[in-house]
Ligand binder design. Structure first.
Ligand SMILES: [Zn+2]
Length: 483
């Protein structure tokens, strides 16, 4: 027997089964009950969120032969219902706007629409990807929308509603389909696995649902691929092996090295991820996701429902979050977002990736953004484009002399500043000369302890190529341009 893909096999049949679109289902049911069904609907939303499914449910409800009038509970067994389910009904015509986008197609549609339905109450046109119609096809469509025969209904679906011309939109009742939450997708995946009697480990479900990115269809097709490996039970390891999901341990390791301010470890962790075949952009995306998890832990606690992590991952992330302050995490996410763009548009993506992640790991060695901005705002008359030069000097010189104890001290100072306290130490930080000499003194006294790590860090930081990239990124992130 041939394999039917899960998305087809488990397509929702009734309004109450359509997952994640309850308000739309409810509104349509009310319209049917009160006899206020519109002539034309526009279903907007990303792919795989249930637009076509909802269109078919609506068509069945309007045309079900088992009822005397449109019903909110189509029988799903009569000739009309079964034909609609297969997309083969004579009165419910499904058109793919992408391949039938010419004006001739729409004219043909208009000519056919005049004739009454063959066996059901309505002639229903479901036009998928309606935004793909040509302008002349849209205009032809508009003619019939202006004065539609009473037996005709239109259901348009689109992933790009902004491309549907306004005159069409204004003649439709529009519904915006939301992305489906990972929790709802997870529930459906579980229920299907149980119905299919396929063994799986619980830890698999949420990460798999998360990979679907709000699309039920994508979630089910990922599950199809996992099932086709023939491996049982299905485990989270298979996501990494067969579906290209970044290894979560390796991503954690990278974040941990950044949290530990371990420059060498950070570079090694990047290399480790690259060697599994991930692209730079995928690494940035995964790390951004991870930083987001840390941000949630910091602001909503480790038990937050917003986290999609297994118990073990939750524990690790909870511990790791201790090493970051919330301002640093937010900064990191912003920086990673900029980096993603830069990496995508660069021929030297790997160097950028290495440099920025080092920048995050060694953030104590650099002025942080808050400080930078307050410097800019504080001295608006004197500071303008010159300011980055002093930042540049700082970036280049500081790490040479900063032992770990001083790093910790300054890190504490900065946390104080985030909370709004202005400490003496903080004020001292703004005075360049003063601090330089203090750093010098401490450096001598703590020389032994800081020596090994400082040297390694300095070698990396003082690499001219790395310096240039870091300073460039700083300028991009803070919106300050170099002269
Ligand atoms: Zn029926």
């Amino acid at each position: 027997m041939s394999y039917i893909v899960l998305a087809r096999k488990y397509r929702s049949q009734r309004f109450d089964d359509v997952i994640g679109q309850d308000p739309i289902a409810q509104t349509l049911k009310n319209a049917i009950k009160t006899g206020r069904v519109a002539h034309a609907y526009l279903f907007a939303g990303t792919r795989g969120v249930g637009k076509t499914t909802m269109a078919r449910v609506l068509a069945k409800s309007l045309n079900c032969l088992a009822a005397d009038a449109p019903t909110v509970e189509p029988c799903c067994k009569c000739d009309s219902c079964t034909a609609v389910n297969l997309g083969e009904d004579i009165d419910v015509i499904e058109i793919d706007g992408a391949s039938n986008n010419s004006v001739e197609e729409v004219r043909k549609l208009r000519q056919n629409a005049i004739y009454r339905p063959a066996r059901a109450r309505f002639k229903i046109y479901i036009i998928d990807e309606v935004h793909m119609l040509s302008t002349s096809a849209f205009n032809a469509l508009l003619k019939i929308l202006e004065e539609p025969p009473s037996h005709v209904k239109f259901i348009f679906a689109t992933t790009e509603p902004n491309k549907v011309i306004a005159t069409i939109q204004s003649r439709c009742q529009r519904f915006d389909f939301s992305n489906i939450s990972a929790k709802l997708i997870a529930g459906q995946l579980k229920s299907i696995l149980e119905q299919e009697k396929i063994k799986y480990e619980d830890d698999l479900i949420l990460p798999l649902a998360k990979m679907a990115n709000g699309s039920m269809r994508d979630g089910l097709s990922l599950l199809d691929r996992l099932i086709s490996t023939g491996v049982e039970p299905l485990t989270v390891g298979l996501l990494e092996e067969f579906l290209g999901r970044p290894n979560s341990e390796k991503i954690y390791n990278l974040a941990a090295k950044i949290g530990d301010s371990d420059a060498g470890g950070t570079l090694a962790a990047i290399e480790d991820l690259i060697s599994t075949g991930l692209s730079e952009v995928q690494i940035v995306d995964s790390l951004t996701d991870y930083m987001r998890d840390l941000m949630v832990i910091k602001s909503a606690g480790g038990e937050s429902e917003l986290l999609i992590l297994t118990a073990e991952q939750r524990k690790l992330a909870d511990e790791l979050a201790e090493k970051f302050d919330i301002a640093a995490i937010i900064y990191n996410i912003t920086a990673l977002e900029k980096l993603r763009w830069a990496v995508k548009n660069s021929d030297t993506g790997r160097a950028l990736l290495d440099a920025l992640l080092l920048r995050l790991a060694l953030s104590e060695h650099f002025s942080n953004v808050d400080q930078l901005l307050s410097q800019l705002q504080g001295g608006a008359t004197t500071v303008k484009k010159k300011q980055p030069t002093s930042i540049k000097n700082k970036a280049a010189n500081e790490p040479l002399r900063l032992p770990p104890d001083e790093i910790k001290q300054r890190s504490r100072n900065r946390e104080g500043a985030v909370e709004g306290r202005e400490t003496r130490d903080e004020r001292r930080e703004t005075s360049n000369e003063h601090r330089e000499s203090k750093v010098e003194n401490q450096a001598t006294s703590n020389e032994q302890r800081g020596k090994t790590r400082s040297r390694r860090t300095n070698e990396i930081i003082n690499d001219p190529a790395v310096k240039t990239v870091i300073i460039g990124l700083d300028a991009t992130i803070t919106g300050v341009e170099e002269d």
